[in-house]
Ligand binder design. Structure first.
Ligand SMILES: *Cc1c(COP(=O)(O)O)cnc(C)c1O
Length: 430
């Protein structure tokens, strides 16, 4: 399919990036389970290695199944290119890698997936990078946190564990004024609910492990480039604007224009960091994305009903879900994610930590797992699991306090889910 921007989301999620297999006519994208590709001749091989011709060399860099997925996600997000990676966390490193050098920092929202907080506050220090965490509702603080060594601004659209929506337009304006790219993690929203690029994001990362695959079978991630950022406007991004020593002095921005970031990600990022998505995983994710909009509609419908039911229950202290009219972020739904506030919510119980621990074992339909965005409904007690490594202050900022449960609402019959929550609440708080 030649990707016509006139096709709607429901069409693109099935067709973008997929064409009948040129060798066999296979209608579904085949799993190209191969490590290497035979060069036509020595000149062809040299042209591929010189990035003068697009083609396949070695599956750490490129693979036809993965390429179909890259094109599909880039199309759905409204970007010019994408690089698939072995996980969402890999995608976050791959997004920062071309931008950062030792001594550089990234300004990051305090409201992030727990694993991202650890990755940014601890692990990236090993590369000589650092993160400055700020409350992204305090726009003056975001502005003040940017200094001469800042190379990016990072936040989530709908923030995990739910209930918070970033004012992407306002943050993008600040990043833009500082000459910096805004990177948005769109995992909890997906391109169906939110289009960060339309709100000024330069790069979008997704953990495809979650809603994009949708059935809990794969770990994968992706970085999508909007193609909108001028990497040569300042001297801040020499890997893209200056001769790149890791690729015999190639100037990526001058040579590839809007595709500079994507080709740097493949030619250097995947080549040297090796965080490559395998073709099997790409295939499962392609299958999942075919039904993304249908699933997201049901996820949102169910989450809205459950949030409302929990909110009126006397055993419940509070529910954070931006789709509730009582939420302080309700007014951002129409602007940032008009098709709904996602399907993640947190619920805090009046009965506290022990009741939360009991509730997760009393639930029958909800699985107690460290995952989200599955067709199955999932629950986790963040304070004793995913957010355990964080300080109490970080836990509270991330909505992962001792009496808080995170729910990832699946696509089951909503009455069954409510009945399951009701019986488990009775057993754990009675
Ligand atoms: C899961 C998740 C990640 C990390 O993705 P993995 O595929 O598990 O590495 C990053 N951000 C958000 C919002 C997530 O939910």
């Amino acid at each position: 399919m030649s990707d016509s921007p006139s096709y709607g989301f429901d069409t693109l999620q099935i067709h973008a990036g997929a064409r009948p297999d040129p060798a066999t006519g296979a209608r579904q994208v085949p799993i190209y389970q191969t490590t290497a590709y035979v060069f036509r001749d020595a000149d062809h091989a040299a042209a591929l290695f010189n990035l003068q011709e697009v083609g396949y060399i070695y599956s750490r860099l490129t693979n036809p199944t993965v390429a179909a997925l890259q094109e599909r996600v880039a199309t759905l997000e409204g970007g010019v290119g994408a690089v698939c990676c072995s996980s969402g966390h890999a995608a976050q490193i791959m997004a920062l890698f071309p931008l950062m050098q030792p001594g550089c920092n990234v300004v990051v929202s305090t409201r992030l997936y727990g694993g991202s907080i650890t990755q940014f506050s601890q692990t990236i220090k090993r590369f000589g990078w650092s993160a400055t965490f700020v409350d992204f509702d305090d726009l003056a603080a975001v502005e003040a946190a940017i200094d001469a060594d800042t190379r990016a601004v990072f936040c989530e659209s709908i923030a995990n564990p739910g209930g918070y929506i970033t004012d992407l337009d306002a943050v993008a304006k600040i990043a833009d004024a500082a000459g910096l790219p805004l990177i948005v993690d769109n995992t909890s929203a997906t391109a169906y609910l939110c289009k960060p690029i339309e709100h000024g994001a330069t790069l979008v990362v997704n953990s495809m492990t979650k809603y994009l695959t949708g059935n809990g079978t794969v770990t994968g991630g992706v970085v999508v480039d909007s193609g909108n950022f001028d990497w040569s406007a300042s001297d801040k991004f020499p890997s893209l604007s200056q001769p790149e020593p890791a690729y015999h002095g190639l100037k990526f921005h001058e040579t590839f224009g809007a595709l500079a970031f994507t080709l740097h990600g493949i030619a250097i990022g995947l080549r040297d960091l090796g965080m490559t998505l395998n073709p099997q995983a790409a295939h499962y994710t392609l299958l999942g994305i075919e039904t993304l909009s249908l699933r997201m509609q049901r996820h949102v419908e169910n989450a809205e009903a459950i949030a409302k039911w929990l909110e009126q229950d006397p055993r419940v202290e509070a529910v954070t879900y931006a789709g509730l009219s009582s939420s302080p972020y309700f007014h951002r739904v129409a602007k940032i994610c008009p098709k709904g506030a996602g399907a993640l919510l947190t619920v805090s119980l009046k009965a506290g930590y022990d009741a939360c621990m009991k509730l997760v074992s009393e639930l029958n339909l909800f699985s107690h797992v460290a995952n989200l965005g599955d067709t199955r409904s999932l629950v986790i007690h963040s304070a004793s699991t995913t957010h355990r490594q964080l300080t109490p202050e970080q836990q509270t900022a991330a909505q992962a306090g001792p009496n808080v449960l995170r729910l990832s609402i699946g696509t089951e019959d909503v009455n069954d889910l409510i009945a399951d929550l009701d019986q488990a609440l009775t057993k754990s708080t009675g």
